[in-house]
Design a protein around this ligand. Sequence first.
Ligand SMILES: Cc1cc2nc3c(=O)[nH]c(=O)nc-3n(C[C@H](O)[C@H](O)[C@H](O)COP(=O)(O)OP(=O)(O)OC[C@H]3O[C@@H](n4cnc5c(N)ncnc54)[C@H](O)[C@@H]3O)c2cc1C
Length: 451
Amino acid sequence: MPDILVAGGGPTGLLTAYELERAGLDVLVLERDARPTAQSKALAVQPRSVEVLADRGLLEAIEPYAEARVPAGHFSGVPIDYTDLPTRFPYQLGIEQAHIAAAIEARLRTPVLRGAAVTAVSQDGEGVTVTAGGRDHRAGWLVAADGGHSTVRTLLGAAFPGTSARVSLVVADLRLAGEPAGLADEWQLPSSTSGFLLPLSGGRHRVIIFGEEQQRLGRDAPVTAGELQRGLTAAHGPGIEVGEVLWASRFGDAARQLQRYRHGRVLFAGDAAHVHLPVGGQGLNLGLQDAVNLGWKLAAQVRGHAPSGLLDSYHDERHPIAARVLLSTRAQAVLGVPDPDASAVREIVTGLLAVPEARHAVALELSGIGITYPEVSGRAVDVPAALDGRAVLIGAPAPEGWTDRVEVRDGGDPRLVRPDGYVAWAGGPGLETALHRWFGPPSLNGHKAVA
Ligand SMILES: Cc1cc2nc3c(=O)[nH]c(=O)nc-3n(C[C@H](O)[C@H](O)[C@H](O)COP(=O)(O)OP(=O)(O)OC[C@H]3O[C@@H](n4cnc5c(N)ncnc54)[C@H](O)[C@@H]3O)c2cc1C
């Protein structure tokens, strides 16, 4: 019997499984789809997520598939320069989400169980029983990472308040049959307010359109080549000819978030916990950061050394971050509305974002580099994560009783770095308090490791 079940083998579920396995737990991922998807919703990975992937040795696995490195983000299309961000990776990594999922899956010890759609969940004092693919699976805990239409969320009747979609957009990957001279062959930030086009490898293009026609058509209307042609011509002018459409889908600006990320022995992460308009490339990043925040806390809980409240700190730390992204993406959606009043606000906001301090504050937020939590002092940029999922202590003597949970390294400014890369202690008094707060009481195992 695995320690933990993960519903959903998207990027969030896979990275959570990876974090749990690194910490030595047995995990089983239950995935509805029979085969890994080749379709990628997300194309942009923000700098903080690039740091997280690099820290786990995953960046080198995905870099060969990178389409672009864009040294900027955008706020509803207003460029936000990233070049002065305090990170080794001051750029958005343009890469298809499917490559990230595949790289993480390749690292898992346990293969993902495919064709295993979750259809029932029950929990008791000892664990969780999940029916998936017609079979029952039992484990101590369930991580629900089954996406924006989460079945687990519905089965548990978890409240998912927020706003319904008001605008409709189309995403498609296609090949062009003709293009005007001078069409950019590099990634550029969106300049039109009704659609844009990004070149992808293999002669493909990613298209997003959000004109009047999309607002008239129903959410279930099939996307046709004609609709894409009209949308692209409106956004880019004449000369673009749509050829083969590889895949297409509609999406909207619904903004919803779970009130509680934890429901007993079920923890929600990624799109299952929060949905919003994917403007500015934020959703995948939220999911990846949820995964690294949750993984070590849940592992400590299963191992029995989690201090009181550690697991609940997952909700306490991550819920406000996604709430802020929902706020930001809702504001960005309004700025994009083709309406004179919205245009007036847009002009004012564009002016404000030209002020360096304002631009920098927004860059810190969009990139994830500015994300921090109330009880830590920011992230450690220069302390690679321990391979076995332990915390890292540098510049201080080995703390007897904790070395089963804390890897001790020589040199550097004194710091205790949590497994998700955030600094729990930065010199001075309070090391022992921080160890107790995040890693529980000292243990016999920890003493043995010192000896
Ligand atoms: C057009 C578009 C563009 C986007 N661009 C970006 C971007 O550039 N940057 C960014 O950061 N984000 C972007 N996003 C958002 C990003 O794609 C999502 O936030 C991301 O996919 C969330 O990952 P996830 O693993 O939480 O969910 P998902 O990727 O949805 O994965 C959920 C998994 O669960 C499986 N599943 C579903 N139901 C069940 C079930 N009952 N049982 C078992 N398995 C199940 C699914 O098959 C799927 O594999 C974009 C989204 C859209 C729509």
